[in-house]
Design a protein around this ligand. Structure first.
Ligand code: ADP
Length: 587
């Protein structure tokens, strides 16, 4: 428990109605009877003080712990920045596991497989999500040396992981989320591609196919590619790459599953190749990691960094304020590494070697609304690239400052940064764009770098009352345009978008777009723009209308590869929705 006393003059946080419900249900501390005994003010102070207290370990730091705790408190309660959910839930408590993202190895023997099941259970209990590559498991029907029997293959084991996750239900925090990856050249690949074709199957997993550069080249040439037995390294068959790609597209068209990740692209950015390859990501795909590695994330609310133009100047971004927030957030996330207790010694060891953090952004659509830039425009894409370059440059500069105070990450010398003489940095990675499923509810902003889902919608509240909830920036703009009325808002709530409302001013209709109004190509261009300046990956869904064709998805998958994305997820309106929930209320 943190030792710092709460200052008497600490202001109460202002909490929006939805955040009150989420915080109360999942984040505030409860007694053994399940009664909440922590106020939201105590919650944010618990987190701020626990993370600030790590500062006292570093003798070269001249910052007073109490001052830093107050700065962290203000940083979070102004909703300029929030750390990932496990930090909010567990900092300063006996659980003390603060990271959202883990990758665990799955070895090709019974002991290794069940070790991974057990380790995943321990991580889920603390609110973290796990990713696994099943590529090392020998194929179905191959021989098991010790018994002379036949192996049951990755899919049968995947079901065990899924079932174990189902049973844990994470007393008090959240149910587990998993990523399962299989390399495209694994002999069981066709079964894996079809694994989620029945609704509800493997519902605690997101599945992705690990595509390689040579596979993509084979698709282009319509050539065959070899399937390789993981246990022997020998080719055991071949498939036509174009056929496999077509089936992948077909399945994604039907249900959104499986997604794809580009393994070679991911490993091109591996900062520590001397420690091995990255073979999987965390559940929502934004964080590739080494086996037994964990990463804590945090997100800056860009909607708060808007600067209204004065004296005839155009509205802009408050870059100085953004810089201040980035530097403070990087210190926060580096302290989180020290404050966190990991469930396994191997994880502690890997985390301490690389000290990865993932600072990202949310509220991007809110910022664009305020800047009056349509999401589906080159101006927005260019601005996205500029903002993320700034975040990454400043995050790295902050990481350098920390390295001078605290030392560089232990594997720095042989890392890509050490080899290129770019550092020294405190952290092997600094940036990741998370989905911010729950954080965006707490901060009351748009999530990650996604467009807004609906400008206005009807929310059912407890006693069957219906409330029309409208995006505040949209509401302001409608009022400014003198077009506001209660009935208009109700009309908008029925469809979510104003795209077809010709009676509204053209500027409103072009700026206030929603995810369904944004053509797939702009979703993808935006993802690529942010990826360009993100060390880890970008969580993004390319939304498609119900009448999108398989060719549309083919095109998106191919362009994602060409644009240098690390993976891609599509969702066609109305197709089955068995995606793993990644929000705090996911049970
Ligand atoms: P949050 O907003 O709650 O901090 P995000 O939606 O940004 O979380 O997701 C970030 C990561 O947190 C995910 O990729 C995953 O690793 C982990 N995560 C999210 N939801 C869950 C869940 N229900 N159970 C376990 N881990 C989760």
């Amino acid at each position: 428990m943190p030792k710092l006393k709460m200052p008497a003059n600490l202001p109460d946080p202002i909490i929006n109605e939805n955040a009150k419900i989420v915080l109360n249900r999942r984040y505030q501390r409860k007694d053994t009877e399940g009664v909440v005994y922590e106020t939201t003010k105590e919650l944010f102070w618990r987190v701020a003080s626990a993370i600030a207290e790590e500062e006292s370990k570093y003798k070269k730091s001249s910052i007073k712990t109490a001052d830093l705790a107050r700065e962290f408190y203000d940083l979070m309660t102004s909703y300029n920045f929030l750390p990932n959910s496990p930090t909010l839930m567990n900092a300063g408590t006996d659980i003390g596991q603060l990271a959202a993202c883990f990758v665990l190895p799955v070895e090709d023997d019974i002991e290794g497989i069940f070790d991974a099941v057990k380790h995943a259970a321990m991580i889920h209990k603390s609110g973290g999500g796990t990713g696994f590559s099943f590529s090392r498991l020998r194929a179905k029907d191959s021989v098991v040396g010790s018994t002379g029997g036949v192996a049951s293959g990755p899919l049968s084991f995947l079901k065990i992981f899924n079932c174990a996750t189902e049973q844990i239900k994470q007393g008090g925090t959240r149910r587990g989320a998993n990523m399962g990856i299989l390399r495209v050249d694994h002999p069981d690949i066709m079964d894996f591609i079809k694994a989620k074709e029945r609704d509800g199957e493997l519902n605690n997993f997101n599945l992705s196919i690990g595509l390689t550069e040579s596979f993509m080249q084979a698709v282009e040439k319509k050539a065959d590619f070899d399937l390789i037995a993981p246990n022997t390294g020998e080719p055991v068959g071949s498939l036509n790459a174009r056929d496999v790609f077509n089936i992948l597209v077909q399945k994604a068209w039907e249900s959104g599953d499986p997604g794809i990740v580009f393994l070679d692209r991911i490993n091109r950015d591996n900062p520590t190749p001397q420690l091995g390859e990255m073979e999987s990501t965390n559940p929502c795909g934004e964080q590739p990691l080494l086996p037994y590695e964990a990463c804590n994330l945090g997100s800056i609310n860009l909607g708060k960094c808007f600067a209204k133009g004065t004296n005839g100047k155009d509205s802009e971004i408050n870059w100085d304020e953004l810089k201040r927030i980035i530097h403070l957030a990087v210190r926060f996330l580096d302290n989180v590494i020290d404050a966190s207790q990991y469930p396994l010694p191997q994880i502690t060891e890997t985390v301490e070697m690389n000290r990865k953090i993932g600072l990202g952004v949310m509220g991007w659509a809110d910022l664009l609304y305020q800047l009056k830039i349509p999401y589906n425009s080159q101006t927005a894409v260019d601005m996205g690239e500029r903002v993320m370059k700034f975040v990454q440059d400043e995050a790295r500069s902050a990481s350098k400052t920390l390295a001078a105070e605290r030392g560089h990450f232990p594997t720095y010398v042989e890392s890509i940064f050490g080899e290129a003489n770019l550092g020294p940095y405190r952290n092997a990675t600094t940036t990741t764009i998370a989905p911010t499923g729950t954080l965006s509810i707490i901060a009351g902003c748009s999530s990650g770098v996604e467009p807004l889902f609906a400008l206005s919608f009807v929310r059912n509240v407890m006693d069957n009352d219906k409330l029309v909830e409208t995006n505040p920036f949209f509401e302001d703009a409608v009022k400014e345009a003198d077009a506001y009325s209660g009935s208009l808002m109700e009309e908008i709530a029925k469809v979510g978008t104003i795209k077809k409302m010709k009676h509204l001013p053209e500027e409103l209709r072009s700026v206030f777009v929603t995810s369904m109004d944004v053509e797939p190509i702009w979703h993808l261009k935006m993802q690529a723009a942010f990826q360009k300046h993100t060390d880890n990956a970008v969580s993004k869904t390319v939304n498609l209308p119900a009448n999108a064709t398989k060719e549309d998805i083919w095109d998106i998958y191919w362009k994602a590869y060409e644009y240098g994305c690390k993976g891609v997820t599509v969702y066609r309106d109305g197709s089955k929705t068995s995606q793993v929930l990644c929000t705090g209320d996911g049970d």
